[in-house]
Design a protein around this ligand. Sequence first.
Ligand code: ME8
Length: 516
Amino acid sequence: MTDKRFYLTTPIYYVNDKPHIGHAYTTLACDVLARFKRLDGYEVMFLTGTDEHGQKVEAAAKKAAVSPQEFTDSVSQNFRDLTDRMGFSNDQFIRTTEPRHYRASQKIWQLLMDRGHIRLDKYAGWYSVRDEAFYTEAELVDGMAPTGAPVEWVEEPSYFFDLSNWQQGLLDHYEANPDFVAPQSRFNEIKSFVSGGLKDLSVSRTSFAWGVPVPGDSEHVMYVWLDALTNYLTATGWAEQGGAAAGSLYDRLWPADLHMVGKDILRFHAVYWPAFLMAAGLPLPKRVFAHGWWTNEGQKISKSLGNVIDPLALIEEYGLDQTRYFLMREVPFGRDGDFAKQSMIQRINSDLANDLGNLAQRSLSLIAKNLDGVMPAFPGLDDPADAALITRADALLDQLRDAMDRQAFHEGLRDIWEVIAEANRYIDTAAPWALKKTDPARMAEVLAVLAEAVRQFAILVQPFMPEAASRLLDQLGVAGTERGMDQLGGAARIKAGQTLEKPSGVFPRYQEKEEG
Ligand code: ME8
């Protein structure tokens, strides 16, 4: 067992709807990071799942004329299916309707109660079922939630969490942990929200029943966000093992290294969740990253506009690795971005088919044709052009590590593609196809340098495009045990003398279908 550990989470998704690009995007970002960390020698726990309680889900079940449990069973399965189809490598898939999650939610409630942070009172105010959030009169815009969601007036007995007492504690934590929330602009918004003062938070409801029962008061169910946020603890076995001897899963994993969320739910993760945890006397997660939102060809995505993007349709049309690459490369992670078909095609044909695909295919087929498919020996780097390319390739691992630790996925890929461009210039200048007759020894050196560069690119892109990378590594004769990040940075090189399999392109061009 390693002491390099990394615990990362996606939000758990509401089961009121089909999975869409937003869900796929958040989970994909975590998948890429989880794969990178595993390849970089970490013990990783990657958690995703479904958020199954609350009024929104109860209403969706009623509309479908089935019980909430039947409804959540079936919709939760859609999210699991998406996980499989996208090749996500999550270690657990949690459902908030599981008994272990009831245990954890009730345990945190009890802790908050015992420590004097929850009291019974009465709530009178606005509630948005779509957002599952409470709003003050002052926050409403034209009678709607600031998100544009409808609100309803709610008046009912409710337990309250003493959020107002945590303003200073939160601000101190932000001050002491400048990387707690990213991107920085969003962190600033959170700080100014908390600086503006916090009101106690209603944490139970009596007007519907689809939730975790409040311990000791069966009239109430827990506010869905208190229940939902606790999933991150549930999955560590906290209810069963919290405070247990060193070495328990909880002990190894908590606090989480990263909660990945969309920008719309940052406040719940960067304000309420840390306040709950501080009040319960538990350590806080190390970082919360809020990513941006996708539009579709410039338009806001909405069911009413009928322009929701189905991630499964994207995979079908463009291919899984291509879709994964596009989503991670096109938009600086953390910013909003636009999904445009032409940009997708451009990325597939230019970055993948031309830049990386052709480079690999040209290099490998020259080895096949001119060297009988036998991997040449890696040269001493006396030639300045060889040295320049390999030095840049060797530096990529540290660059990628740094980008990954900042969740700057687009930068990681950009850095790799800069060296791919360099390798393309190298092959054009060295022109190994012309050396066969004039200088076969030099040709073998050039092809070895190219094969080494491609080996490194293939290892580096595994977290983003696992299938294509694995096919490329197969063609380069790289053993399954030699695909980790520890094989980079000059620690290993191509192995001379192996006979390679016949190469075939791994990044096909996208052909637009003829209309009609
Ligand atoms: O919020 N582009 O669940 P959810 C990018 N259950 N991301 C988008 C998007 C878009 N167009 N639309 C939505 C919940 N998202 C809670 C979480 S966690 C303890 C509980 C993202 O199903 C959005 O930002 O509404 C959010 O991260 C997720 O998809 C949707 O979550």
